[in-house]
Ligand binder design. Structure first.
Ligand SMILES: Cc1cc2nc3c(=O)[nH]c(=O)nc-3n(C[C@H](O)[C@H](O)[C@H](O)COP(=O)(O)O)c2cc1C
Length: 343
């Protein structure tokens, strides 16, 4: 890259730090989930599911990209390996109102490997750098990269540091690092989130070696006290499965990690805040199960969870199911649980 372009790109990437984010998760972090999360936390950074460049360029953009202002700050995660197409999609994302664009360099699925993107791009740092450069060139919103600490036999810290250095030279300032390698042959995406051991120290070392970059850590983090611990060594923590399975863990994080002074919502508050949204969706012919499915974990680890899950699961797929599903179940859960705000 020429020096002038690099300087311009560096200046453009004036990135805000978010100590906490919810990971991009296919089929999980859709707009209804994100709307629901926003009733729990206003400040946590949210990501879309991964959307491929092909889907955006040739598919139904409204369906793939629409979101509500409430969901901001929000990053669109892109999957792809073609620099021009990624740049075009980044521009579309910027025009659509997204706060950032994130490139997926972590997904190990067969389908994604066949498209030569996702985690297999860890073996091609120069191509990732070119993708990032072209995207930064095209937009004024930040371009970030979510990646693994390695893949297959490329699993040394030196190779990881080389990847980060190469991509940072193209202007990327924020790296979200899933602290596991991905094994591209023989392990399913699910196993790739549990089997390779977590190596948090590699991520901490990145922050030491690249102090000017924003380095965020992801993988296997389950509690807010773990988040606090990781924040001693990194700039941000991304939570995935726990954010879906136990979303109420995020109640209160705005005050804890973002220094806001907002009141902590109870589970009843959250449900009541969802009702007008669901009613609006129903008017637009969106089935209630598309929204409620994301709320099943609201009472996890709490008394009342079984009643909540059973009632919703049994009723949300029924024809003509409406908002009474929620009002009926609220009546079955004791008030002290609904109004409690202990995580
Ligand atoms: C159901 C599911 C779907 C996922 N989809 C994506 C995705 O679209 N893009 C991505 O970068 N990572 C995806 N991931 C990986 C997560 O973003 C995250 O890196 C991983 O779950 C590790 O974090 P955790 O241990 O906190 O869950 C997905 C994970 C799950 C469980």
């Amino acid at each position: 890259m020429n020096d002038t372009l690099q300087t311009t790109n560096n200046l453009k990437q004036n990135i805000q730090t978010y100590p906490l984010s919810v990971a991009p998760m296919m089929d999980w972090t859709d707009r209804h989930y994100r709307y629901f999360m926003r009733q729990i936390t206003k400040s946590t950074f949210l990501y879309t599911e991964m959307v491929t460049t092909g889907a955006i360029l040739y598919g139904d953009k409204n369906r793939l990209l629409d979101f509500s202002e409430t969901e901001k700050p929000i990053s669109l995660q892109l999957g792809g390996d073609n620099p021009q197409q990624l740049a075009e999609c980044a521009k579309i994302a910027e025009d659509w109102g997204y706060s950032e664009v994130n490139l997926n360099v972590g997904c190990p699925s067969d389908r994604v490997q066949q498209g030569n993107f996702g985690a297999c791009l860890m073996a091609k740092p120069e191509l990732v750098a070119l993708c990032v450069e072209k995207m930064i060139d095209k937009v004024n919103i930040p371009i970030t990269v979510k990646h693994r600490i390695g893949i297959d036999d490329r699993h040394s810290y030196e190779e990881l540091a080389h990847f980060v250095q190469t991509v940072a030279d193209a202007g990327c300032k924020r790296f979200i690092v899933h602290a596991r390698i991905a094994l591209l042959k023989g392990l399913s995406p699910r196993d790739n989130r549990t089997v390779p051991p977590l190596r948090y120290n590699d991520v901490y070392q990145l922050k030491k070696d690249f102090p000017k970059l924003i380095i965020e850590i992801n993988g296997g983090i389950k509690t807010l006290s773990e988040v606090e611990e990781h924040l001693k060594y990194t700039d941000g923590v991304m939570l995935g499965r726990v954010a879906y399975e136990n979303p109420y863990i995020f109640a209160g994080v705005d005050n804890l990690f973002f220094n806001t002074n907002t009141s902590k919502p109870s589970r009843r508050d959250i449900i009541e805040l969802m009702i007008p949204h669901i009613e609006k969706c129903l008017k637009n012919d969106i089935y209630i199960n598309k929204i409620i499915i994301h709320m099943l974990g609201l009472f996890n680890h709490q008394e009342g969870s079984k009643i909540w899950k059973r009632h919703l699961s049994e009723n949300m797929h029924k024809k003509n199911a409406g908002i009474e599903i929620l009002t009926d179940v609220i009546a079955k859960i004791p008030a002290y649980i609904l109004d409690d705000n202990i995580n």
